[in-house]
Design a protein around this ligand. Structure first.
Ligand code: GDP
Ligand code: MG
Length: 301
């Protein structure tokens, strides 16, 4: 048996500070929109798998919520889950924005990698090289590799696709020999109802002032198929205070109606069918600091 006929598989944890292009890269690699690309940080709270299977390998990408300073239990959860995914990984894909010099957070990430799993192979993807000339690329490459000398650097553009096939070859050859962990047609472990919950939160982000959506959780109460082409979804939006509840509902229910209408259109686009969406709002005092409530909303703490 030649080495090329060995099947490779494993978990690749994607890390990097916000806005460096992690989601764009994951979507390009998986050739469909799995990760929510958003101008706002923290839209993706839970870790998400993106799975690529071909004849020679199965790569399971773990897209993590960003590492940031925690202000409450939910923040802690996001940091812990980012750390957990490092423990699970076979390989780290660290994405940086090479169009800018290293940020403080890049130093933090390098320190964290050293502290938690210095044994793991790290591929350092210098992204956005489409914005640089050769001289600038060489300079950034030197600055970023200095942060973590064991990392294997590679230049890419998630936007234009430059460097992506070399990156894939490098990923596959860096993974251990292993089995298919998931059926080959599985692309993500996020269920439609989880995506729907995210889309409802996103619609709330669009319509409400900043502080409220961060104090909001969405629970899908019912997701009923209606024949082949329709679905009925009931969901509850949890806020932390009665004053917030009033704002989310709006005058005569007008705000909730707008959120519902935006969310319904997005869910219809995602699922490719007609959706009847029923939203309600409840106050759940201080849910972000309540382990029971966090568990109820699907955060595995
Ligand atoms: P994430 O927060 O790391 O997941 O970053 P996103 O994937 O959401 O991307 C953040 C922004 O960077 C978006 O506006 C992307 O279009 C842009 N972007 C991502 N990759 C590239 C790239 O290779 N070149 C350029 N010029 N822009 C990119
Ligand atoms: Mg992202």
């Amino acid at each position: 048996m030649t080495s090329e006929s060995v099947f490779h598989s494993g978990y690749v944890t994607l890390i990097g500070r916000p806005n460096v292009g992690k989601s764009t890269l994951l979507n390009a690699i998986l050739k469909q929109k799995v990760a929510a690309v958003s101008p706002r940080p923290q839209t993706t709270r839970k870790r998400q798998l993106g799975i690529l299977t071909d004849d020679s390998a199965q790569i399971i990408f773990i897209d993590t919520p960003g590492i940031h300073k925690p202000h409450h239990k939910l923040g802690e959860f996001m940091n812990e889950s980012a750390t957990d995914t490092l423990l699970d990984a076979d390989l780290i894909l660290w994405v940086v924005d090479a169009s800018e010099a290293p940020h403080e957070e890049d130093f933090l990430i390098a320190n964290r990698l050293n502290a938690i799993r210095a044994d793991l192979p790290v591929i350092l993807a210098l992204n956005k090289v489409d914005t640089l000339n050769a001289e600038q690329i060489a300079e950034r490459r030197e600055k970023f590799t200095a942060l973590y000398p064991n990392a294997r650097p590679i230049e890419i553009s998630a936007l234009t696709g430059a460097g992506q096939s070399s990156l894939m070859d490098l990923l596959i050859s860096s993974l251990p020999a292993g089995p298919k962990y998931f059926p080959e047609d599985t692309v993500t472990d996020l269920y439609e109802r989880d995506i729907a919950a995210d889309l409802i939160r996103e619609a709330a982000l669009v319509h409400l002032r900043d502080e409220i959506p961060h104090a909001m959780a969405v629970r899908i109460d019912e997701y009923l198929e209606r024949g082949e082409t329709g679905a009925k979804i009931s969901a509850t939006l949890f806020v932390e205070r009665d004053s917030q509840k009033g704002i989310v509902i709006g005058k005569g229910g007008s705000m909730l109606k707008e959120i519902g209408s935006t969310a319904r259109k997005e869910i219809e686009r995602m699922s490719g069918r007609k959706v009847f969406l029923d939203l309600r709002v409840k106050t759940s005092l201080n849910w972000r600091n309540d382990p029971h409530a966090l568990r109820l909303f699907g955060f595995e703490i």
